[in-house]
Design a protein around this ligand. Structure first.
Ligand code: NAI
Ligand code: MG
Length: 369
């Protein structure tokens, strides 16, 4: 039987509450579908600091590296605001991203029909929206050298960040975008600013060459990133997969996120390079939201972002596409029935807590799968 190793890092605040609902779904999949998930669990963030004084232990790092996929909840909270910078809760997540070499950040923006009215755009512009933003996560202006503030000596200082991209970095992120597009509507829009940036010129060239060499079956379009931002709020449904750099991706994915409603709904995946021997990618799946200290422990957090992150895990790490589709369908059906947590509550709907929402989705998932 296939063994699929999952390493769970629930973390702080609402992280463990949301993760508990995913565990129920995994247990069901193992029982009913023989998926063979084997779970191990570690500490990350504030709870790890409390236990052993660092944001993630070496032992847990080794487990994360060995697992087929990592499911991550959330880290942080006011309790740890004063801990030293190097061991603050967020350091655990940064270490994981760095050591697992997660260079591709996938942020879907899906608008569930039942929530279209909650968007900041007109419902007809977002109903049925399904975009995937593929953001380069380990290069670009956030990491390029030099990166410093220098004193010019005349009462002036100079802040410097450097946008750097090498061919291989652009090739591999473009490859991820093209491969994912093949599993969707087969369309990629690449965004850069080649009109004013040399790295943008190179980005455009390398994406074009990668497309020509290996992915010419996929429809490719190029757009300047500022125009892309405009199009995202003007006519968002024109996009399927968007591939872009670290900085533009940071902004464009937050814009796209707000087209779809609450933070409690948004999943993400971060992928590494395929292993030379097995072809498997390192991967970490996490909700976009944080630990929500204001509602932690109250049993009212929306578990959908975490559950939808697990759906991405089923799809991208294990190729369990039908199960992933059904889980997303189960979420949509539960929302259609008017079942809502407080953050997405609307008139005429039934307000439930974390556990009831998780169980409603599981019941629906069982019914359709
Ligand atoms: P947050 O995402 O934790 O919360 C922002 C607001 O959204 C809060 O009012 C919260 O109650 C609400 N919210 C978030 N997720 C929700 C859910 N699933 N259901 C219902 N309501 C939800 O961001 P905030 O407040 O800026 O940060 C809180 C802590 O989380 C900080 O320590 C921050 O550093 C950390 N953080 C961690 C992240 C991670 O682990 N990847 C990401 C963002 C923040
Ligand atoms: Mg951001």
């Amino acid at each position: 039987m296939t063994v699929r190793n999952l390493f769970l890092l629930p973390g702080d605040g609402i992280g463990p509450e949301a993760m508990a609902e995913v565990r129920k779904i995994i247990a069901y999949l193992n029982e009913a579908k023989g998926t063979g998930f084997v779970l191990d669990e570690g500490l990350v963030g504030g709870v790890a600091y409390d236990a052993h004084g660092s944001a993630v232990s070496e032992e847990d790092m080794a487990k994360a590296l060995a697992a087929d996929a990592v499911l991550f909840g959330a880290v942080g909270g006011p309790k740890w605001d004063a801990v030293p910078y190097e061991v603050r809760p967020e350091a655990g997540l940064l270490r994981l991203r760095k050591d697992l070499k997660l260079f591709a950040n996938l942020r879907p923006a899906i608008c569930y029909p039942a929530l279209a009215a909650a968007s900041s755009l007109k419902p007809e512009l977002v109903e049925g929206l399904d975009i995937l933003i593929v953001r380069e996560l380990t290069g670009g202006v956030y990491f390029g050298e030099p990166k410093e503030i220098i004193d010019l000596g005349n009462g002036q200082k100079r802040g410097i960040d450097t946008q750097v991209y090498d061919t291989y970095e652009i090739e591999r992120i473009a490859g991820v975008a093209f491969e994912l597009a093949r599993t969707r509507q087969n369309r990629v829009c690449s965004m850069e600013k080649r009109n004013v940036m040399k790295s943008g010129v190179l980005w455009n060239q390398v994406v074009t060459e990668t497309h020509k060499a290996k992915y010419s079956d996929v429809q490719l379009e190029h757009m300047l990133a500022d125009a892309g931002g405009m199009q995202l709020v003007r006519q968002p449904k024109q996009f399927d997969v968007i591939v872009t750099d670290n900085l533009f991706g940071d902004m464009l994915s937050d814009v796209a996120a707000m087209l779809t409603g609450s933070l409690g709904m948004l999943p993400s995946a971060s992928l590494g390079a395929p292993d030379a021997k097995t072809g498997k990618r390192k991967a970490l799946y996490e909700p976009v939201h944080g630990s929500a200290p204001d509602i932690a422990g109250k049993g009212i957090a929306n578990p959908i972002a975490m559950i939808a992150s697990f759906a991405m895990c089923l799809r991208y790490s294990f190729n369990l596409v039908t199960e992933a589709d059904n889980l997303e369908k189960a979420i949509a059906n539960v929302l259609d029935k008017g079942i809502r947590t407080g953050d997405i509550m609307a008139e005429g709907c039934k307000q439930v807590g974390t556990v009831e929402m998780g169980e409603a989705i599981l019941a629906e998932f069982k019914a359709i799968s």
